[in-house]
Unconditional design. Structure first.
Lengths: 151, 455
C-alpha cells in the first residue's frame, strides 16, 4: 500500500444537497445525531435528530428508576480536549442545574479534526460538572454527573 | 522516522512489561514519555509513572492498542513527536509505520518498506538469498516437469525432502520423502491433491529439517550505513510456536559459525537499508542455517542479548531514531558469559489455562546476575484481555552452568500468590537432563510435555 489517506479529508467546500443527504443517512446508521465541520470561515452542521432541548422527555426510563436519586456519570466516549460549549459559542450546553434529555448533547471533545459530541446517558439535571473546559481528557473520564429524572 | 529528526517526547504504543522497558530507556536518555492505555490498564505501572498518560479506549485492542487513528490523534493531542511500537500490536504493521511518518512523526523502527518486504515470506526470502543469507535448500521455484530432473534436484538438496504445493498452506498439500525411491509417487500424488484442493498442481521442494533448532541473530543498524550483529539466541524451547525459555549464546554452535551468519545478516541489512533493531530467525540442523523470517522490531527475549553484550538495545533504538550513529563497532561487541530467560506467564503450569486475577503477593528474586523485567507489582490485576506474560526472569552467569544455577535459585525465591504461574514448569524444565545438556530441537518441549502428561 502506498501512503495512507489523511485521517480526515480536507474540508474546503460545502457538499451539495445530495451529499449532505447521504451524510445524514450515514449519521443515522451510525447512531449519531449531528456532524459539524469547520475550516477557516466554512462551517457545516448537519443535525439529524432533535436536540435535548427540543425533544420531549421520555415518559419513563426503566434502567434508572431504581436509582433515581443516585447521580449518573456522563463519561467521555473518546479522548480529546473538552469543550463544554458548542464550537464558536460561549454558552455551555449543559451548565450546572440544567435539565438534559437522554442522548442530548451535553459537551464536545475535540480530537485533532474530530469533534465528538458527548451525550447524556439519561434524562436528568446536571448536579456536578467535573471536567474542565480546555482539558485533555481520556476515554471513559467523568465529565459531569446527572441526577436522573424520577421515573 | 525521518533521518536525524530529534524528538523529546515519545508515545509508547504498547502495554505491560515492554511499555515499562521502553519508558526506562526513554528516561535514561532524558526523553519524556506518553503512556496511552486501555481502560483496564489504568493502574499499570508505566501509566502511573509516565509524564503524560491518556486513556484512548476500552479493553478491546482493536479500539485501543491496535487503533492507528487513535494513536496518531493521541500523539498529536499530547505533543509526542515519536512513537515506539514495542512488540506485538502494531509493531510490524507497515501501514502504521508509514502513517506515523506521513503525520510528520518519528516511527521508532524500520521504514514501512522494510517491514513490508520482510512481512512477505517470498520477497523476504528472495532478498535474503540475494544478500547471501542461507535459506532452506530447495528448488527455488516450481518443480520441473521431468521426473529425472526432479530426482536430480532432490539429490542435490539432500534427503529427506518435503514436496509442497505452491498454493498450499496450513499443513495441507505437502509430503515428506525420505528416500529417492519414494519420490516419484510422492510428486504425482501431491500434484493430484494440490490440483483438487487448490486448483493448482504446481509443486516445489525443500530439504526437510527433522529436528531443527531455532537460532536467531540480533542486529542493530543506524541510518549512517552501519549494521552490526549482536550475537545469537537459542529459542528452541517452544510450546505451540510460543517461546518459553531462551538463552544466549546458542550452546554447542561454534562462535565462528555464528560470526559468519551474523556478518551475512548485517550485510543483508546494509543492502536493504534497514534501520533500528531486528532479528533474523533461522532453523539450524546439521550445521546448516535456514532463514525463516525477520522480525522487524525488538524481541521479547532481547534482554539475554543485552546482558551478554552490555548493550542497551532499546536505548540504541531510540538513539538511532534520533539520527545518531551507533557509538560502537562490530569489533567492540563481546559476548560475556551466558544468559537464560524464563518467560513468566499467568497460567496454570500443567493445563496452560490463563490465570487472570489480582496478584496478592509478588516477591521478586535478586542477587548477582539476576534481572527481572516486569510491570507487575503487588496488588496488580492481571487482565484477561491480553496475553498472559507477566514478566521475564533473566539469569546471567559466567558460564551456562552458572546461569542455570542462578536461575534455579531465583525461581525458588520468586513468590507469587493470587494467580497461577508457570514457575513450576520452568523449575521442572531446568531439572531435565536434555535441557541441562543444551542444544535441544524445537519439538523437544512438546515431546517433554506429552511424556509428562502420560506419566
Amino acid at each position: 500500500m502506498t501512503a495512507p489517506p489523511d485521517l480526515i479529508p480536507e474540508f474546503d467546500t460545502i457538499p451539495d444537497v445530495d451529499d449532505i443527504g447521504q451524510i445524514a443517512t450515514w449519521l443515522v446508521d451510525a447512531g449519531l445525531d449531528s456532524l459539524e465541520l469547520s475550516n477557516e470561515g466554512l462551517r457545516l452542521r448537519i443535525s439529524v435528530s432533535c436536540t435535548a432541548a427540543s425533544e420531549p422527555a421520555p415518559s419513563h426510563a426503566p434502567s434508572f428508576v431504581e436509582t433515581a436519586n443516585e447521580a449518573v456519570d456522563v463519561r467521555a466516549p473518546y479522548f480529546g480536549v473538552l469543550s463544554l460549549a458548542k464550537p464558536l459559542e460561549e454558552t455551555a450546553c449543559a451548565p450546572l442545574g440544567a435539565s438534559v434529555h437522554k442522548d442530548g448533547v451535553v459537551a464536545f471533545l475535540v480530537s485533532g479534526a474530530l469533534l465528538i459530541p458527548v451525550l447524556a446517558p439519561t434524562s436528568g439535571a446536571v448536579v456536578d460538572v467535573v471536567g474542565q473546559a480546555g482539558e485533555l481528557i481520556g476515554y471513559g473520564a467523568t465529565i459531569m454527573r446527572l441526577r436522573p429524572d424520577a421515573g | 522516522m525521518s533521518d536525524g529528526q530529534r524528538f523529546n517526547r515519545v508515545l509508547i504504543a504498547n502495554r505491560g512489561e515492554i511499555a515499562l522497558r521502553i519508558q526506562r530507556a526513554c528516561r535514561k536518555l532524558g526523553l519524556e514519555t506518553v503512556a496511552v492505555y486501555s481502560e483496564p490498564d489504568a493502574e499499570s505501572r508505566h501509566v502511573r509513572e509516565a509524564d503524560i498518560a491518556l486513556c484512548i479506549g476500552p479493553a478491546a485492542a482493536a479500539r485501543s492498542y491496535l487503533d492507528m487513528d487513535a494513536l496518531l490523534l493521541a500523539a498529536r493531542a499530547t505533543g509526542a513527536s515519536a512513537i515506539h511500537p514495542g512488540y506485538g500490536f502494531l509493531s510490524e504493521n507497515a501501514d502504521f509505520a508509514d502513517a506515523v511518518e506521513d503525520a510528520g512523526l518519528t516511527f521508532i523502527g524500520p521504514t514501512g518498506a522494510s517491514i513490508r518486504m520482510m512481512g512477505d515470506k517470498i520477497t523476504a526470502k528472495r532478498a535474503m538469498r540475494d544478500a547471501g543469507v542461507p535459506c532452506v535448500p530447495g528448488s527455488d521455484g516450481p518443480l520441473p516437469s521431468s521426473m529425472e530432473e526432479i530426482r536430480g534436484l532432490a539429490s542435490e538438496v539432500g534427503f529427506p525432502v518435503i514436496v509442497k504445493a505452491s498454493g498450499g498452506g496450513g499443513g495441507r498439500g505437502m509430503r515428506v520423502v525420505h528416500a529417492p525411491a519414494e519420490l516419484s509417487d510422492a510428486v504425482l500424488l501431491t500434484a493430484k491433491e494440490a490440483q483438487q484442493a487448490f486448483g493448482n498442481p504446481t509443486l516445489y521442494l525443500e530439504r526437510f529439517m527433522q529436528k531443527p533448532r531455532h537460532i536467531e541473530i540480533q542486529i542493530l543498524c543506524d541510518t549512517h550505513g552501519t549494521a552490526l550483529w549482536l550475537g545469537a539466541r537459542d529459542c528452541s524451547l517452544q510450546r505451540r510456536h510460543q517461546k518459553v525459555m531462551e538463552e544466549a549464546p546458542a550452546p554447542g554452535i561454534p562462535a565462528s559459525a555464528i560470526a559468519d551468519i551474523g556478518a551475512r545478516c548485517a550485510e543483508a541489512c546494509r543492502r536493504i537499508g534497514y534501520r533500528g533493531a531486528g532479528t533474523f530467525e533461522f532453523l539450524y540442523e546439521d550445521g546448516i542455517f535456514a532463514f525463516i523470517e525477520m522480525n522487524t522490531r525488538v524481541q521479547v527475549e532481547h534482554p539475554i542479548t543485552e546482558v551478554t553484550t552490555g548493550i542497551d538495545i532499546v536505548a540504541e533504538q531510540l538513539k538511532v531514531a534520533q539520527g545518531e550513529a551507533l557509538s560502537f563497532k562490530q569489533d567492540d561487541i563481546r559476548q560475556q558469559g551466558h544468559a537464560i530467560e524464563c518467560r513468566l506467564n499467568a497460567e496454570d503450569p500443567f493445563s496452560f489455562m490463563p490465570s487472570p486475577g489480582t496478584v496478592s503477593r509478588w516477591d521478586l528474586p535478586g542477587g548477582p546476575g539476576i534481572r527481572v523485567d516486569t510491570h507487575v507489582v503487588s496488588g496488580y490485576m492481571v487482565q484477561p484481555y491480553y496475553d498472559s506474560l507477566i514478566g521475564k526472569l533473566i539469569a546471567h552467569g559466567t558460564s551456562r552452568e552458572d546461569a542455570i544455577a542462578r536461575l534455579r535459585v531465583a525461581l525458588a525465591e520468586l513468590r507469587v500468590e493470587g494467580i497461577s504461574t508457570n514457575v513450576r514448569l520452568h523449575q521442572d524444565l531446568l531439572a531435565d537432563p536434555g535441557i541441562q545438556a543444551g542444544g535441544v530441537d524445537i519439538h523437544y518441549l512438546e515431546r517433554w510435555l506429552a511424556n509428562r502428561s502420560a506419566s
